[in-house]
Design a protein around this ligand. Structure first.
Ligand SMILES: Cc1cc2nc3c(=O)[nH]c(=O)nc-3n(C[C@H](O)[C@H](O)[C@H](O)COP(=O)(O)OP(=O)(O)OC[C@H]3O[C@@H](n4cnc5c(N)ncnc54)[C@H](O)[C@@H]3O)c2cc1C
Length: 413
């Protein structure tokens, strides 16, 4: 067993932990960044379909609409390290960025590995940061002297134990989604051991699986459609945009946007349906006029439908509406209803909803209100967001806020 001492130990080298290390290092304090994988930021590599949508440049008033369950919690951290700061930071350390449709910011190179690499390189070049990879934090204990003892199992070669004594700990272990990237919920265990409550965790931004899902739809993207989520017979959310069907079920921007509520309702045993309006830009009466205008007695219904739907959608649409006629076509096109049976679990969910209860964490510093010196950053918190670069910004803002606070704590002690 070997012993070391640092001002702060950051547990988890994902987006939040790496940003916390980068920001804490700037204040000159002694930092240990501990990651159980053999490389930092493994999840960053997967983001944005390999392109990494690293933030969203919308102003706070619009940005906050995409953050759940309490955007107010993020406000202070966002104001002190905002989406503009994220872009400026990455530009400064050598990553040019580009802003695309929907205000989504990507690296100009279009490669997520460049985001990870510049961040890693920046941290590696700081003299006051030690990076431990293949090192799993197994426990975080408080010592009677007001310090923490962090126990690390070094996994490379012969397994050995390291103990680090530190004034502050930032738990940045992520949530439960894509566990193959290392986020296996360890932070919840550390938080609970200090008396923190964990808001029940659920997969979010995940595929919804309809009953009798028609796999012929797989690979189809419907643009400019609207989708309503119906729970126990009442519409609870309506969205407009792009809907994608995959081998997993209903996904794409629209599917993901309603998945948070849908998963919760399914877990609560409620009846969950989605209603797709394939022609939201026109009224039922307008559609009826078009059908009447274009109808001819010689045309088959299936052929006729190809004027209204992508070819791939025609057969599944007819299967779902076995009594479809020319007369019922307008109403059916505006009301394609699917009852949802289940959802794709954490293995392929983009984020985790739930986590360390925000009421027990300072929104300014990310410090635990129960244990001085213990901080949380990133997806381990009960904070998540829609797709569009919001989740990484949560990781960066909360990581930076925690880093700033531990530096103040270290200097004042
Ligand atoms: C496929 C996919 C695509 C995504 N695309 C985007 C996108 O384009 N834009 C966006 O904003 N968001 C995206 N997200 C979400 C975003 O990646 C996450 O919200 C964000 O990475 C969370 O960062 P984090 O640092 O909190 O957690 P993580 O990135 O999960 O990092 C946690 C780290 O802690 C380590 N760790 C855990 N336990 C221990 C332990 N006991 N000891 C040591 N280390 C430990 C893990 O190995 C891991 O490296 C995507 C997610 C996925 C899965």
């Amino acid at each position: 067993m070997s012993f070391k001492e640092y001002d702060v130990v950051i547990v988890g080298g994902g987006a939040a932990g790496m940003m916390a290390a980068a920001q804490a290092s700037a204040s000159g304090i002694k930092v240990a960044l501990v990651e159980k994988n053999s490389q930092l930021g493994r999840k960053i590599l997967l983001t944005g379909k390999g392109r990494c949508n690293l933030t969203n440049s919308r102003p706070w008033d619009e940005f906050k609409e995409h953050v759940h369950p309490d955007s107010g919690f993020l406000r202070s951290a966002f104001m002190s390290f905002s989406n503009t700061d994220t872009v400026a930071f990455f530009n400064k350390i050598g990553l040019p960025t580009v802003c695309e449709r929907g205000q989504r910011v990507f690296p100009l190179s279009g490669r997520s590995q460049d985001v990870r690499n510049v961040l890693e390189c920046y941290i590696e070049n700081r003299d006051n940061v030690d990076i431990y990879v293949e090192s799993e934090v197994v426990s975080v204990l408080s010592s009677p002297k007001g310090h923490f003892v962090v126990e690390i199992m070094a996994l490379a070669g012969k397994i050995s134990m390291i103990q680090i004594v530190t004034q502050s700990v930032i738990v940045a272990t992520g949530g439960l989604s894509y566990p193959a990237t290392g986020s296996t919920g360890d932070g919840y265990r550390f938080a609970s051991s200090f008396g923190h409550s964990i808001v029940p965790t659920r997969p979010s931004l995940t595929a919804l699986v309809p009953y009798n899902y028609n796999f012929m739809l797989s690979g189809l993207t419907l643009r400019n459609v609207s989708l309503s989520l119906i729970v126990d017979g009442g519409v609870v959310q309506s969205e407009f945009g792009e809907l994608t069907f995959t081998g997993g079920g209903i996904e794409g921007a629209l599917g993901f946007r309603v998945s948070r509520r849908a998963v919760k309702a399914l877990d609560e045993g409620k009846k969950v349906e989605v209603l797709i309006d394939l022609k939201p830009a026109v009224t039922e009466a307008e559609l009826k006029s078009r059908v009447e205008r274009e109808y001819s007695p010689n045309i088959k219904l299936q052929r006729f439908l190809e004027r209204f739907l992508p070819v791939q959608a025609v057969k599944p649409f007819m299967d779902a509406n076995p009594s479809l006629t020319f007369q019922s076509l307008p109403v059916r096109l505006k009301n394609w209803r699917m009852q949802i049976k289940s959802y794709v679990d954490f293995k392929r969910a983009v984020v985790t909803s739930g986590g360390v209860d925000l009421r027990e964490v300072s929104r300014k510093t990310m410090e635990s209100k129960l244990v001085p010196g213990l901080y949380f950053a990133g997806e381990v918190l009960d904070l998540d967001a829609d797709t569009g670069g919001y989740n990484l910004q949560i990781a960066f803002s909360t990581g930076a806020a925690a880093a700033k606070a531990v530096a103040v704590r270290a200097i004042s002690q």
